[in-house]
Write a protein that binds this ligand. Structure first.
Ligand SMILES: CCC[C@@H]1OC(=O)[C@@H](C)C[C@H](C)CCCCC(=O)CCC[C@@H](CC)/C=C\C=C(/COC)CC[C@@H](O)[C@@H](O)C[C@H](O)CNC1=O
Length: 156
């Protein structure tokens, strides 16, 4: 249950920050937070990461619904007791729902985190993307731990 609450807070934080950006910033406006490193830039994306599959909204609805159903199924059936796995699923769930709300009500995703990693202007993203990426990383860590445990069991 706690993991649905985590997902809810991620959605709430994501939607609140996007609302602030839409309400207080012009499209394309950029506010330097840390010169040459971190800016708040009001941006919209009609695609997925790096703007791929632009305007394929139905594809995004289908993928997101599959992702959400799969996560709830795993949280209920296979992730009991594996807290890192459950945490990764709640982060991915929150991120997917956050961007889904944008896609349904705005037909585009609001992005505002604009970082320059060295000179490369990394794609502008949002809280939902961060939660998705953190969730994906945590899931990889969980899978590596499980693979190690399997190996140790075999070696015993
Ligand atoms: C993060 C997933 C993208 C997110 O997927 C979603 O919504 C999911 C729930 C639904 C999609 C239809 C399906 C995912 C397609 C897979 C994908 O895309 C490969 C992802 C790689 C990823 C490692 C996991 C790298 C990093 C990305 C970025 C940096 O993220 C910190 C760039 C984000 C900016 O391009 C920003 O404009 C994106 C915009 O906000 C819309 N966001 C989405 O489509």
């Amino acid at each position: 249950m706690i993991f649905y609450i985590i997902a809810f807070f991620i959605v709430a934080l994501d939607q609140f920050t996007k609302w602030l950006v839409v309400k207080n910033m012009e499209l394309g406006e950029s506010i330097p937070i840390i010169q040459n490193f971190f800016y708040l830039t009001s941006h919209r994306n009609r695609g997925a990461a790096w703007g791929i599959l632009e305007n394929q909204m139905w594809l995004f609805y289908i993928i997101t619904v599959i992702v959400v159903v799969a996560i709830i199924y795993y949280l209920e059936k296979h992730a009991k007791g594996k807290y890192l796995f459950q945490l990764s699923l709640s982060f991915i769930l929150g991120g997917a729902i956050g961007n889904f709300i944008d896609r349904v009500f705005r037909q585009e995703v609001v992005d505002f985190v604009d970082t320059y990693i060295f000179t490369y202007d990394f794609p502008i993203f949002n809280i939902a993307d961060s939660a998705l990426t953190i969730g994906v990383i945590l899931m990889f860590i969980q899978l590596i731990i499980e693979a190690r445990e399997e190996k140790e069991k075999k070696n015993e």
